[in-house]
Design a protein around this ligand. Structure first.
Ligand code: FAD
Ligand code: SF4
Length: 306
């Protein structure tokens, strides 16, 4: 159906992102293709794409991935929102996530109905922000997705699902469905997700840090760190992770790694709160996620939100 209908159709899973956006006329589609049939099973190494975020959040053995799922939006939305939908959720921007009338009044922008970017008018591209909580965690865990399409099934790293473009943010073929997420099981590894948002009860992330770490005694043997809400795709920060490998996690090392992680984060003035403050807070969420995953000394700055 998706291959036949092309851009006239969209997939819908829980509908928690899609339906509000349809109401605000952010998408023009004639058909919705329901994904009710997707597997909902949750196990330590495989998550069916139809599994709800609420179900995933109950699986504490999934550590950071369960934490990320449990911090998405609000309880009612987590009861309907799915693993697959969270990986494919649209990018966000203050000039785009508005009613049709609001967007019309300011002359629209290039993500929908307009020609220019209202955040960076001289830019040829859209800078809408990747705001999925579980995507950076899945990348830090080195997870893969199973994709099904007219040409059959294939498996790809989660990072390969995305590209750095606020409009064409998914790199998969439009007619492909995410059917499952596979999580590698690495003995002795730990993970954690720390999220900053205005209201801990419902909001999207304005900064988020996903950390996976494998320890050899009190030394870091392997590490991956990925960030949410600081770019048009979930942003992996390999330099910070590489810096930690072979080191003991004293407060100085954690702070230096967090500084390195924050460097490539370039929040723009198109999400909640000031982008200068969001940039400063990236360091804090990274410190806290390293601390949460390893028990190391994290930042003394207290985040007032989740
Ligand atoms: C008030 C509010 C707060 C929110 N807060 C957060 C938040 O804090 N963090 C966050 O990450 N999200 C948040 N969301 C967005 C949304 O609720 C979640 O991202 C949710 O996980 C989306 O899943 P879904 O199943 O409802 O997706 P849907 O709304 O059904 O679909 C979302 C997108 O993914 C596509 N899609 C869905 N499933 C698949 C699949 N299996 N394969 C291919 N494409 C697919 C759809 O075509 C659509 O483009 C919020 C939404 C609202 C309304
Ligand atoms: S970043 Fe620019 S083009 Fe993209 S949604 Fe925002 S205003 Fe529109």
């Amino acid at each position: 159906m998706a291959a036949d209908l092309g851009p006239k159709a969209m997939f819908v899973a829980g509908g928690t992102d899609l339906f509000p956006k349809l109401k605000r006329r952010q998408f023009d589609v004639e058909a919705l293709i329901g994904l009710e049939f997707l597997d909902r099973t949750v196990s330590p190494d495989r998550i069916g794409a139809g599994a709800t975020l609420a179900d995933i959040a109950k699986h504490s053995e999934l550590q950071g991935y369960a934490q990320a799922a449990g911090l998405v939006s609000s309880p009612p939305l987590r009861n309907a929102g799915t693993a697959g939908g969270n990986l494919c959720v649209d990018t966000r921007c203050n000039y785009y996530d508005m009613t049709y009338e609001w967007r019309k009044a300011i002359g629209y922008c290039m993500k929908k109905d307009g020609d220019i970017c209202l955040v960076a008018p001289s830019s040829p591209r859209c800078w809408a922000v990747s705001s999925s909580d579980t995507a950076p965690m899945a990348i830090a865990l080195d997870a893969t997705v199973v994709l099904a399409g007219p040409e059959g099934e294939r498996e790809a790293p989660v990072a390969a699902l995305y590209q750095d473009d606020g409009i064409q943010y998914m790199a998969k073929k439009p007619e492909e469905i995410v059917t499952a997420l596979r999580l590698p099981r690495v003995a002795g590894s730990r993970s954690a997700y720390v999220k900053l948002r205005r209201r801990g009860s419902i909001d999207f992330p304005i900064a988020g840090a996903a950390v996976w770490v494998q320890m050899d005694g009190d030394t870091v043997a392997a590490c991956r760190i990925a960030l949410s809400a600081v770019a048009s795709h979930p942003l992996e920060v390999p330099a910070a992770a590489a810096f930690l490998v072979g080191k003991r996690l004293d407060a100085e090392t954690v702070t230096a790694a967090a500084e390195l992680a924050a460097k490539p984060a370039k929040p723009l003035d198109n999400a909640d709160l000031s982008h200068f403050w969001r940039k400063r807070m990236v360091r804090v969420v990274v410190e806290q996620a390293i601390a949460a995953a390893t028990g190391a000394n994290g930042s003394t700055v207290k985040l007032s939100t989740a």
